[in-house]
Ligand binder design. Structure first.
Ligand SMILES: NC(=O)c1ccc[n+]([C@@H]2O[C@H](COP(=O)([O-])OP(=O)(O)OC[C@H]3O[C@@H](n4cnc5c(N)ncnc54)[C@H](OP(=O)(O)O)[C@@H]3O)[C@@H](O)[C@H]2O)c1
Length: 396
């Protein structure tokens, strides 16, 4: 465990960006789920907003009246250094991360502080690997991106599936994601930003490939699949070029249990062909608009930062990720499922990841690591206890 300077640090967990849409949900989750004795604090750039949030949390639990409030700005390296040095773990919702994220990663890597975020931005993860992985390894800091719906259910779902399959044989896993959820202003801004940065994303990925040590004696791949009808799930499968498959592949690189030759493919799963075609066309149009600054700015202006689906809409939202795994003559069907993926479950995943890093006995890791590598079973059990379902549906 990373506990250097441990005794001197006032907080187990600091939540940065606590006043945003997911930040508030994460703060509410911590207010009702952080165990007794866990020292946590709210951080953000606007003291008045932090005070209003603390009042709201105090209505949930009177003990929140004493929650410390820390002021920091994503552009102010000094305030971020103070934040990182005050905590064992900093969890941040301040995105788009490619704009606002780097200084905090640098501060945590320097201070030996564990770091979790909600980034689903491949370019950000690659750039942070290139710039800060080495220092984080030296100080013992664990930098864990994608601790929300991107990419916890996929990463831990693949991890769970691997463990249902034989050891030391080639493994093939396909993941199929379904959901009926809608998104927040912050998510839309991050997705549109990432879509508008294709060349930068490809450049960062290429540089990473050049710097990352080659995997000796094993093979790991996450190729983009082809659109197809999936008889296994009875749905149309559309390849999803998100960060999720890269995260699964990184876990597979780090953990020998994924076998000598591992392949993961990641799909959106859609029941009806017209919906699949319409969704693909809409995504194509958004991708096109993201390349034109005026169109991108117009679209960004249509979604308010800090706004998102209300409690009633979130209550009706759900997700499932089905996995089909094969290896050594065995075929397993597994499933991870839960409620509103982007917000209620994401807040839960971010909060539980931070608590897990701060409080649980975990394998020794450092540098840029994944949820499966850094936390594995401990996080899976935490999420199960918190209501997410991980199950084996069938074995053939
Ligand atoms: N991984 C996933 O599955 C997942 C799911 C949901 C969201 N996300 C990501 O999480 C991020 C947050 O989403 P959201 O909907 O909560 O967005 P949001 O409501 O716009 O919240 C953004 C937060 O960042 C803060 N912030 C902005 N600029 C700052 C600065 N310079 N210094 C300090 N704080 C600053 C805002 O502070 P103020 O309150 O003071 O404005 C706010 O707290 C986005 O990047 C989104 O893509 C990921």
């Amino acid at each position: 465990m990373n506990r250097q300077n441990g005794a001197a640090r006032p907080y187990d967990v600091v939540l940065f960006g606590a006043t945003g849409f997911v930040g508030v949900l994460t703060a509410e989750y911590l207010a009702s789920h952080a165990p007794d004795g866990c020292r946590w604090a709210l951080a953000g750039r606007d003291r008045a907003k932090l005070e209003r949030l603390r009042t709201r949390l105090t209505a949930l639990d009177p003990r929140c009246a004493d929650l410390p409030l820390l002021e920091a700005d994503a552009d102010d390296a000094g305030s971020l250094r103070a934040l990182a040095e005050s905590a064992h773990v900093v969890a941040t919702t301040v995105g788009p991360y490619v704009w606002y994220g780097e200084k905090l990663v640098a501060a945590c890597a320097e201070a030996g502080t564990d770091y979790t975020d909600l980034s689903g931005e491949p370019e950000f993860a690659d750039r942070m690997f290139l710039e800060h992985d080495t220092r984080a390894r030296e100080t013992g800091s664990r930098i864990v991106h994608a601790c929300g719906f991107d990419s916890v259910p996929h990463d831990l779902g693949a991890y769970f599936t691997v463990r249902q399959l034989p050891e030391d044989v080639p493994l093939r896993i396909d993941g199929f994601v379904r959901s009926n959820a809608v998104f927040s202003g912050g998510t839309f801004a991050s997705a549109l930003t990432a879509m508008g940065r294709g060349p930068q994303m490809l450049r960062a990925a290429k540089e990473r490939r050049l710097h990352e040590p080659r995997l000796a004696g094993r093979r790991v791949r996450a190729p983009l699949g082809r659109p197809r009808f999936s008889a296994e799930t009875g749905t149309w499968a559309l390849p999803l070029p998100t960060l999720d498959a890269q995260i699964v592949a990184r876990s597979a690189r780090a953990l020998a249990r994924y076998g000598p030759d591992f392949r993961y493919r990641h799909y959106a799963s859609v029941k009806h062909l017209p919906v699949a075609l319409g969704g693909t066309a809409a995504l194509g149009a958004l991708l096109g608009a993201a390349q034109v600054p005026a169109a991108r700015d117009w679209l960004l202006g249509r979604y308010e930062p800090g706004a998102g689906p209300d409690a009633e809409r979130r209550r009706r939202s759900w997700f499932t990720v089905r996995f089909v795994g094969e290896g050594g003559g065995r075929r397993v069907f597994t499933e991870v499922s839960g409620g509103d993926p982007g917000y209620d479950e994401t807040a839960k995943m971010l909060a539980e990841s931070a608590l897990c890093l701060a409080l649980d006995e975990l394998p020794a890791t450092s540098g840029q690591v994944t949820t499966a590598t850094a936390m594995g079973d401990a996080l899976l059990e935490r999420l199960r206890a918190a209501g997410l379902r991980f199950r084996v549906a069938a074995v053939r």
